[in-house]
Write a protein that binds this ligand. Structure first.
Ligand code: NAD
Length: 478
């Protein structure tokens, strides 16, 4: 089965921060792939903007270099570079805007803010004041969206002064992952799961986003943020919403986002003993503190917590969320742990077997359902758990083995004007309203993260968090 590519209408996409890391590693490769797939028309233009002194030719060479790892047909590469232009401009300076305005056409204009967050407000203001913002314009705002509730509210207000909510696309790239969208398809496209999707049948849910890398070059930013702000408040919160939300009446942006918002608002405050903070440490000197050059840093690189959603569907079902850096493997997975059968007709010796629905986001996107069957062979009734593997590649053919990268889907959604997979302002604020008291509690108590070994599954206290409830984490497997 070959997926259909529907070309979008011509557009102008201005990438502020067009020479930066995100633009070169993610945005441009994503655009290139969509272009090579035939989705971006000839008349579309992609305009990189930054302070650097490039001209269009040297910028094309810079981007071509970033695309070296792509398996590119020369004609595809040429076709993409032809659509690329460059303008040098300082976002804080009044000069250069009129010339940028002059090179934009009629029709859809998308302005991608791939710059430091303190420039989001000034950029929105200048786009409006210099007449670049038309009714058909939209802005794409990268994370982090605020540092706490106050700063997120202030940023929402600033952006709202210049662009409508329907023109504002707050990116959380987790929402662009194929499996995340599949989660909605599995839940709401099948009769099989939804009747079981509640506290009566689900014992608990585990959401793990594990990274094997450390903070790398992002140390200065990360040390001010930590895992709670950098991962939990946005990515894990979004996954939690999609797992827990009620079926929206239709698959449209506000219907989906209304339901997600209700989940966040129904979250109970997290009790201090239901949360574990960790920081990676290493005897060999490659611990977090050495990496950020601050021997006293108490920024967490790991968080595990137990959350409760107070509504009819989920009262009594805990959600265990964990995320961390320098863990044993890179793995993002949601495990829906169903309850044991109420009574085993096979007797005690058959053991306890519960179904697990695993939704793997990365690597190897796919969905597995663990079911219990009879162990083959004579000699009585022994039960064994086997995975029913809904591997997309197997089911849909090898051409679907590598689904489009999240940025490919999200940028095309911006151009098409579909906000379903973007966070609305009130959602972001509600997520901060839940996160802020947790961080304030740590600060008030002088909490220090527990050290954990690089390459481990995190601090021992996270295992205890589960053990106290008679449960255990599923493994972190690559
Ligand atoms: P970067 O420092 O590599 O690039 C920043 C870009 O902004 C450069 O092109 C620079 O020339 C440009 N710039 C800086 N000041 C400017 C000004 N006054 N006027 C015009 N251009 C200016 O940063 P990055 O890693 O590409 O990150 C960009 C944004 O994306 C940040 O908000 C970051 O938090 C977010 N983000 C980055 C990543 C990532 O993997 N790099 C991931 C998620 C979110």
């Amino acid at each position: 089965m070959v997926s259909r590519v529907i070309p979008v209408d011509p557009f102008d996409l201005v990438v502020f921060g067009g020479t930066g890391d995100l633009a070169r590693r993610k945005i441009m490769p994503a655009l290139f792939r969509r272009c090579a797939a035939g989705q971006i028309p000839d008349a579309a233009r992609i305009i990189g903007v930054a302070r650097h002194d490039h001209d269009t030719n040297s910028y094309r060479a810079l981007i071509a270099e970033s695309l070296r790892a792509e398996e590119a047909e020369p004609c595809h590469l040429e076709g993409f570079l032809r659509r690329l232009e460059y303008r040098s401009l300082d976002a804080t300076d009044p000069a250069g805007w009129d010339s940028l305005a002059a090179c934009l056409g009629e029709g859809v204009r998308a302005f991608y803010f791939s710059v430091s967050p303190d420039l989001f407000g000034p950029l929105a203001e200048r786009l409006r004041n210099h007449g670049l913002a038309t009714p058909d314009s939209r802005i794409v705002v990268e994370k982090p969206f605020g540092h706490d509730l106050g700063s997120a509210r202030a940023l929402n207000r600033t952006l709202a002064a210049h662009f409508g909510e329907d023109q504002t696309y707050r990116i959380d790239h987790y929402l662009g992952k194929e499996t995340v969208q599949n989660l909605m398809a599995v839940r709401f496209g099948n009769m099989l799961f939804e009747p079981l999707w509640n506290s009566q049948y689900v014992d608990h849910i585990q959401i793990t986003v594990a990274e094997s890398m450390g903070v790398g070059a992002r140390g200065a930013y990360y040390d001010q943020a930590g895992a709670m702000r950098d991962m939990m408040q946005n990515h894990l919160m979004q996954l939690l919403c999609l797992i827990a939300m009620e079926p929206p009446a239709k698959f449209d942006p506000d219907a989906v986002r209304d339901e997600k918002l209700k989940v966040i608002r129904a979250l109970d405050p997290v009790k201090p003993h239901h949360i574990v903070r960790g920081q990676y440490a290493a005897e060999t000197g490659c611990g977090y503190r050495e990496e950020v050059g601050d021997p006293r840093s108490i920024t967490e690189t790991y968080v595990a917590l137990k959350a409760h959603i107070s509504n009819w569907r989920w009262a009594g079902t805990p959600f265990y969320l964990r995320t961390g850096k320098r863990l044993v493997a890179r793995s993002s997975i949601i495990n829906v742990m169903f309850k044991d059968a109420p009574h085993s007709i096979f007797g005690e010796e058959a053991g306890r077997h519960a179904n697990v629905l695993s939704i793997r986001l990365q690597p190897n996107e796919g969905i597995t359902l663990k079911v219990t069957i009879k162990e083959p062979g004579p000699g009585g009734m022994r039960l064994v758990d086997v995975p029913l593997d809904m591997s997309f590649a197997k089911a849909l053919g090898p051409e679907n083995q590598n689904p489009p990268d999240a940025y490919e889907r999200l940028i095309m959604d911006v151009i098409r004007g579909n906000q379903t997979l973007f966070m609305r302002g009130d959602e972001v604020e509600a997520a901060w309203a839940w996160t802020d008291p947790i961080i304030a509690g740590w600060q008030a108590r002088g909490d220090v993260p527990k050290p954990y070994d690089c390459g481990s599954t995190g601090p021992g206290d996270a295992e205890l968090l589960m053990k106290r409830d008679g449960r255990r984490w599923q493994g972190i497997n690559p």
